[in-house]
Write a protein of this length. Structure first.
Length: 269
């Protein structure tokens, strides 16, 4: 890797840390943002979410206390909570202390950043019989959640309410797309704008097994990139799975760090 490439990735990571780790604008109805010291705590989703800056500014016993407060806060609500970590976070023993407090790591993803203009490649190429459509209706969000449930073999019904709430609260801040074939949702993805930043976040992109490897994921990237460019967005950011990361690299995205959710779950009654 050249010095220029290193510098580019370092700059992208710095921009991500500066602009993408605070509270998103306009929480949906029923969702609140709270702060506990350096942490952002999001309450009212299907599970709690905790995130912070790269350097929490606390260590040792003070960090243990901060972790315990988040766990105990959601324990009192009878809810699970995700602490979103990144590989370059400080202090370096954060994840060890999360484990000691009962948090369990889930699957690691790669944080990838790319220039929106490089991803906007014109009319996306789709398999025969597949069409892309931007959706806003509640029924479509429930169809998306059902598709995600089938892909992940888990109950993702919560996703419908999350998307419905986002669209209802701030329709200009989210664009949801489905890929349909024969009236069936075979893939879906959405773009979330971050006012006051150079970024938009790309989420979703799950595809039913029988439709993978046929260009649908790339097409959903392209259509969202076109919209991002039209709205003046410079960078697109993705938390990419191991399946998605190679595709995004080929499209020109840069891996800047990794992210791992550490989740505490209340004991079963």
């Amino acid at each position: 890797m050249s010095t220029a490439d290193v510098r580019t990735q370092a700059d992208l990571l710095a921009a991500y840390d500066d602009q993408m780790r605070g509270a998103p604008p306009n929480p949906p109805a029923g969702v609140t943002y709270e702060h506990d010291g350096p942490l952002l705590r999001i309450v009212g989703q299907f599970r709690g979410l905790v995130s912070g800056p790269r350097d929490l500014g606390v260590a040792g016993d003070a960090l243990d206390g901060l972790i315990a407060r988040q766990r105990d806060f959601f324990a009192a609500r009878g809810e699970a909570v995700e602490w979103k970590t990144r590989a370059h976070d400080v202090p370096a023993d954060l994840t060890d202390r999360l484990r000691a407090a009962g948090f369990v790591p889930e699957e690691q993803e790669t944080v990838m950043v790319g220039r929106a203009a490089e991803m906007a490649v014109g009319q996306p190429v789709l398999p025969d019989g597949v069409a892309l459509r931007q959706v806003t209706e509640d029924a479509d969000m429930r169809r998306i959640a059902a598709m995600e449930s089938a892909v992940w073999e888990q109950d993702w019904s919560w996703l419908a309410e999350d998307l419905i709430g986002r669209v209802a609260t701030a329709p200009g801040e989210i664009a949801v797309y489905v890929a349909e074939a024969g009236g069936e949702v075979v893939s879906a993805a959405w773009l979330v704008f971050r006012a006051g930043t150079e970024f938009a976040g790309m989420w979703g992109g799950s595809t039913l097994a029988g439709w993978r490897g046929r260009g649908i994921y790339r097409a959903l990237v392209a259509v969202r990139a076109e919209l991002a460019v039209s709205r003046g967005v410079t960078y697109l950011q993705v938390d990419a799975s191991d399946d998605s990361a190679p595709i995004l690299r080929r499209l020109g995205f840069h891996a800047v760090t990794t992210t791992t959710p550490y989740v505490w779950t209340p004991p079963s009654p």
